[in-house]
Write a protein that binds this ligand. Structure first.
Ligand code: NDP
Length: 406
């Protein structure tokens, strides 16, 4: 029986609140706090309607950029765990507040400074000694990617390989939300990620590409072939560190032609820039303004059709022989909407965040310090994925979408 504080009431916060509410034997009391309290209240009402017998979710307003505000809230509610599903900009302030109050921490995206579109684990890994000394744990990047993709890789290493050599994370959203242009998670973070240079790991070093320069069709289960673009994604940093035998690690994501057309135009006219400009005597950041006019990720669920398909394609050595392995999940937007009034990208992020919390609070994954998901035993997490809405499947020793050098 534990108290959990969820920070952030967007698309992902909504799913985390619903899924924690579903497991009342562990998450016995829930507080949802965010910048806009009205959004927390709406989610709390939806959860109460779905789970009328459990203790209602409490809500609060908090500016998670302000450590003293966070500390006051944590001291008042006294949770065992804080789940941060606000934005990556808030990671360090929330970790600071957890250190001050000695409360465990979990997030789904690594820190990036607001004025530079650069996400790296170094800022959060630097908390290792302080978290250990305080006797608390931080679990970093526990969404789907990063998150489940790290657990999938650890599971492959544990059960299928002696050594993993090649890893391709393939992420497809084959859904249609009916809007001309919208992003499936926070627009600012999403566009910053996609418009920066691509990068992948090969033979002990990072290789850089121009944004969306490398692409090829990938055949996704239950979806079919979709053009997929090589991006830099944060789990590549921790996976290449934790699986040092990797000869190559890459991340691929699908984008439709309409999405790319809109993004190109927005880039060409300067709307994706994060450099402030003067507008009617005020400093505004074009990308922040763009976010304000785009649909919120949490509003996309109704009417969303189609599926996501995300997995890890792996090649390596088992018992002296080459082996290929593909582990993946498909998630249906409309099914998810029926369950928690969300779209599948929020769902595939929020369910693993709840499961990460479950692993920590039940002691299955509990160790003072700062960790990425692949550093723990993947088995209980894999079981929980099947149990809580993200069943996974494996394909062993069949041709993969990618060919590999010897
Ligand atoms: P949304 O934009 O829908 O929600 C973000 C929420 O954070 C909003 O409720 C927002 O409040 C709140 N927030 C922002 N700034 C503050 C602040 N200073 N203090 C308090 N609350 C704040 O985003 P998503 O729900 O789609 O994404 C949430 C997180 O999940 C992001 O970090 C994203 O990168 C991550 N993510 C991870 C994935 C993975 O697989 N690992 C995949 C998808 C997302 P307000 O409503 O007032 O704006």
């Amino acid at each position: 029986m534990s108290k959990v504080l969820i920070i952030g009431a967007g698309g992902v916060g909504n799913v985390v609140a619903h899924k924690c509410a579903q497991v009342s034997s562990v998450f016995s009391e829930i507080m949802l706090a965010s910048r806009t309290k009205a959004k927390c209240d709406q989610i709390a009402r939806d959860v109460a309607e779905k789970f009328p017998d459990r203790k209602p979710i409490q809500t609060a307003q908090v500016d998670a950029d302000q450590v003293p505000e966070l500390v006051a809230l944590i001291k008042k509610f006294q949770p065992e765990l804080v789940i941060n599903v606000a934005l990556p900009y808030q990671d360090l302030t929330i970790m600071d507040a957890c250190l001050e109050t000695k409360v465990h921490y979990l997030d789904t995206a690594n820190y990036e400074p607001k004025d530079v579109a650069k996400f790296e684990y170094k800022w959060q890994w630097a908390y290792q000694d302080r978290f250990k000394e305080a006797g608390i744990m931080a679990l970093l990047g526990c969404g789907f990617d990063p998150g489940v993709t790290g657990v999938f890789t650890a599971y492959a290493q544990k059960h299928h390989f002696d050594t993993i050599h090649y890893l391709d994370i393939v992420d497809c959203n084959a859904g249609d939300h009916g809007k001309a242009f919208a992003t499936n998670f926070n627009p600012e973070i999403n566009i910053r990620e996609i418009t920066q240079n691509g990068r992948y790991w090969e033979n002990g070093q990072w290789k850089e590409t121009k944004p969306l320069e490398i692409h090829q069709p990938v055949d996704y289960p239950e979806v079919g072939p979709k053009e997929s673009y090589l991006l830099y994604h944060e789990e590549l940093e921790s996976l290449t560190k934790n699986f040092p035998h990797l000869k190559r690690a890459r991340f691929w994501m699908t984008f439709g032609q309409e999405y790319i057309k809109h993004l190109t135009v927005l880039q060409n006219v300067g709307m994706t820039s994060i450099k402030p400009i003067k507008f009617q005597g005020q400093d505004i950041v074009p990308l922040e303004f763009l976010k304000a006019v785009l649909p919120e990720p949490s509003s996309l669920g109704e009417g969303y059709q189609g599926k996501t398909s995300i997995g890890c394609q792996i090649k390596g050595i088992k018992d002296g022989k080459e082996k290929t392995y593909f582990v993946y999940n498909n998630c249906d937007h409309a099914e998810v909407y029926k369950e928690v009034k969300a779209q599948a990208v929020s769902y595939t992020t929020g369910v693993p965040a709840m499961i990460g919390g479950l692993m920590m609070l039940t002691g299955k994954w509990m160790q003072p310090g700062v960790y990425n998901v692949e550093e723990f035993d993947p088995d209980p997490f894999m079981d929980a994925l099947n149990q809580y809405g993200l069943p996974w499947h494996e394909i062993i020793n069949e041709p993969l979408a990618f060919t590999y050098p010897d």
